[in-house]
Design a protein around this ligand. Structure first.
Ligand SMILES: *Cc1c(COP(=O)(O)O)cnc(C)c1O
Length: 377
């Protein structure tokens, strides 16, 4: 399916005929078993058991795979997708190099489950020196990036690191959660694998967990799919259908979220420059953001997540008590604006660092509410 982002979100992955009377929306296919036919015959490609495949998964995977630019495998959460890649593409002598400032559970999985198996786990800051980190020990089997990173909104050069990783014999995976496939296409930038938490903006309504892995190489895709079937961590058809339904409006939601984030980032930067309590505002779309030039080069469009730092936990608490539109909640990419003080989860960040996920509220309303609350601090 060709066309712009909106068209692809709605029509992408469609291969069906338009038979008269056929439903336009299939709905979730709720079955654990399928008709097998005559016991002496096997029909190639036919569904046989729902741990292996399901038509609703295929619909989701075709659409997301087209957006990512490679075959997609859906998982029941972002962590299930990341776990499959961390477990499948590492081993003794094939360690992993991953961000020190990315999503903390990915790091915890590597350190708690892979390292005890004798697998080398090394870390590098997203905006750090990846060439030095690659050269600092035995060549890894897997390099995993997250850009822009959660929660710091730091950016790294996917294309340059892909070349270094490949020269070292490693597979490169990129966690594309903060961008979604509309914001960045890591496979086009040279990555081998995309992993994502579709719980966030891709599904976008804060009512479902979902994840996926897309691969440039069909052999990698088959390996990931086989791991899902063996491991049994599979999404329910109902949840997959909810994610697919959410994806239909991703283009519209992302546009409003980015508009809100852009307006807020500028207003927060003004407060920062005026010497108020707001410091360290980061959003890759801000023209004076340290990562702006690189982000502009490799991202297709901006998203709705920014961060800033208040003096301490009490200031964050006061900010939250003064707003009426900003939820105190974790996760991001939903319809409602949400602020999360990340130190509460153990991220190595200042106590007052807030990750702010802009929802799709009207920009003027959100600005009045959030900036008003911050000005009053
Ligand atoms: C939320 C998140 C994950 C984990 O996804 P779940 O769907 O919560 O399992 C992984 N990576 C990033 C960048 C995330 O923000």
């Amino acid at each position: 399916m060709s066309g712009g982002d909106g068209t692809q979100c709605v029509h992408g992955g469609e291969h069906g005929t338009h038979d008269v009377g056929a439903p336009i929306h299939q709905g979730p296919v709720l079955t654990s078993t399928y008709h097998l036919g005559r016991p002496e015959e096997a029909v190639p490609g036919a569904d046989f058991y729902a741990r292996a495949d399901n038509p609703t998964w295929r619909e989701f995977e075709c659409r997301v795979g087209e957006l990512d630019g490679g075959p997609c495998t859906v998982f029941p959460s972002g962590m299930a997708a990341i776990a499959a890649v961390l477990r499948g593409f590492t081993g003794p002598g094939r360690g992993v190099l991953l961000p020190s400032d990315g999503y903390y559970v990915a790091r915890a999985l590597a350190e708690e489950e892979l390292a005890p198996l004798g697998i080398d786990v090394r870390l590098c800051a997203t905006a750090g020196d990846w060439a030095a980190a690659l050269a600092a020990g035995e060549p890894p089997g897997l390099v995993m990036l997250e850009t822009p990173s959660n929660p710091g909104l730091e950016v790294c050069d996917v294309h340059a690191i892909a070349e270094m990783a490949h020269a070292a014999g490693a597979v490169l995976a990129v966690d594309n959660t903060t961008c979604t496939p509309l914001g960045q296409r890591p496979l086009d930038l040279g990555a081998d694998l995309v992993v994502a938490s579709d719980t966030k903006a891709l599904s976008g309504h804060g009512d479902v967990l979902m994840g996926h892995v897309s691969a440039a190489d069909p052999v990698h895709a088959e390996k990931v799919r086989a791991m899902r079937t063996r491991g049994g961590a599979i999404p329910g058809p109902m949840e997959t259908w909810l994610a697919l339904r959410g994806l239909g409006t991703l283009d519209l939601r992302l546009a409003r979220q980015a508009e809100n984030a852009g307006a807020l980032a500028i207003a927060l930067r003004d407060l920062e420059l005026a010497g108020g309590v707001v410091r360290d505002v980061r959003w890759p779309g801000l023209v004076d953001d340290p990562s702006h030039e690189l982000a502009r080069k490799q991202m297709r469009r901006w998203n709705g997540v920014l961060r800033f730092t208040l003096p301490d936990t009490r200031a964050v608490s006061e900010f939250l008590s003064r707003t009426s539109l900003v939820d105190s909640a974790t996760s991001f990419g939903g319809l409602r604006t949400a602020a999360d003080r990340r130190a509460r989860w153990g991220d190595a960040v200042p106590d007052g660092l807030v990750r702010l996920s802009c929802g799709i509220e009207d920009t003027d309303d959100l600005l009045d509410d959030a900036v008003g609350a911050l000005e009053g601090l």
